[in-house]
Design a protein around this ligand. Structure first.
Ligand code: FMN
Ligand code: 173
Length: 387
């Protein structure tokens, strides 16, 4: 059983030897340090969201409306945060959400490989985006013994979608996460203000440019004409015509566990279940897509409808206490987006490992100090409305 609280002890003892923590410990600190280091267009792309930004702020506020009921003398000195997901036991119910520009967020522009290496060393799974700077085969190989997931943006061209899924299987990914909330791009003023878009500048398209089916659709290779290849990507990226009728086709592409990302309505959960989906991923894309879409507030109804299907959740998780709250509202595992992205900006693999370690130490101590020894004890009854 991993003891995540040891990380905190390590920070204090390092301090006795005059060694201060290498990175900020709060989300606000991480965000400020990352902003300082990032190219301003990339910063606004990552930190920004839909509309005036209130959707992503609401994600954070939603967590603050809950408190955790403290219980004393309950024998929570040893905690077990481990969780079983699709046949594998992970050390903690936390995962890295897909970030489609992660590749260019590290100094060496191999951010996807940095996250994969952090996943291998920590045992915390990664959901690798379709939009990566390194091809999925390299990222899959860097995951080591930690089973990872491949996130699919379903291209308009079905044969490219099929190729991606089959390549992900061959690359060793243990599940396919189909993102449904981004069939077109949300209205993002902070990004639009710069009138640039990272992928249109050719970043993070390695999965496309290395794909034999995608390449077969081009007049000139991406090496010969990268600009034309990026435009071909933009034209093929989303599929606005995808409906529930297409789910049988997606389900038929793979025997791997299939999860749908962006599902927040119980009726959609039931439709997914009827279509043979294995897991639900409740998310509002970190407030980047549909303006005013809630996420955490919808989680309990999604969990009820999912019944025995695992429910992954992300959007607005900024602390270990937030992880505990999402688990108590019924999530099987909790995803982190921007926080680990900022860890990647500040220190690559080491920065990501630091952010994950802080988060897990805090989740572990939040459980322990409130008297809960196991994540199975985290039910809705342990939460109380505080505002
Ligand atoms: C810069 C950035 C890029 C993202 N790219 C993807 C992506 O490629 N695929 C996807 O499904 N979600 C993507 N997301 C959404 C995340 O997977 C996740 O839902 C969100 O970041 C969680 O919210 P948080 O940032 O508040 O933790 C992206 C998020 C950010 C911040
Ligand atoms: O920026 C994002 O959140 C994202 O997922 C995305 C959406 C469209 C194209 C590229 C990335």
């Amino acid at each position: 059983m991993a003891n995540f609280a040891d990380f905190q002890i390590g920070l204090y003892f390092a301090g006795l030897g005059g060694q201060l923590p290498p990175y900020p410990l709060t989300f606000a600190g991480l965000e400020a340090a990352a902003q300082e280091k990032m190219e301003h267009r990339l910063w606004d792309y990552v930190a920004g969201g839909a509309g005036d930004g209130h959707t992503q702020q609401s994600n954070i506020d939603a967590f603050h409306r809950w408190g955790v009921l403290p219980r004393m003398l309950s024998g929570a000195a040893e905690r077990d945060l481990s969780v079983e997901l699709f046949g594998h036991r992970y050390p903690a119910p936390v995962f890295m959400a897909p970030i489609g520009v992660l590749g260019v967020m590290t100094d060496d522009e191999h951010g996807d490989l940095a996250a994969a290496a952090a996943s291998a060393s920590s045992g915390i799974p990664m959901v690798a985006s379709t939009l990566m700077q390194d091809p999925m085969e390299d990222v899959g190989a860097a995951l080591g013994d930690t089973p990872g997931f491949f996130q699919l943006y379903t291209p308009h061209d079905r044969e490219v979608a099929e190729s991606f899924v089959h390549r992900a299987e061959a690359a060793g990914f243990q599940g396919i996460v189909v993102t449904l909330d981004t069939w077109t791009l949300g209205f993002r003023p902070r990004d639009l203000q710069h009138a640039t878009f990272p992928q249109l500048r050719g970043y993070c398209l390695a999965n496309y440019f290395s794909d034999p089916v995608f390449r077969s659709r081009l007049q000139a290779t991406p090496e010969e004409d990268p600009g034309a290849a990026a435009i071909a990507w933009a034209l093929m990226f989303g599929n606005p015509t995808l409906t529930w009728n297409d789910l049988a086709w997606l389900r038929g592409l793979t025997d791997l566990p299939l999860l749908l990302k962006g599902i927040c309505h119980p009726d959609d959960v039931r439709r997914a279940k009827d279509a043979g989906v294995d897991g639900i991923y409740c998310s509002n894309h970190g407030g980047r897509q549909a303006a005013s879409a809630p996420a955490l507030d919808l989680l309990p109804a999604v969990v009820d409808a999912a019944d025995d299907m695992p429910v992954l959740f992300d959007s607005g998780v900024r602390s270990g206490a937030d992880v505990v709250k999402a688990l108590a509202l019924g999530a099987t595992a909790v995803g982190i987006g921007r926080p680990y992205g900022y860890g990647a900006v500040l220190g690559g693999q080491a920065g990501i490992e630091f952010v994950l370690s802080c988060l897990l130490a805090e989740a572990d101590l939040t459980m322990g100090l409130n008297g809960y020894a196991s994540i199975t004890e985290l039910t809705r009854e342990v939460l109380v409305r505080v505002t």
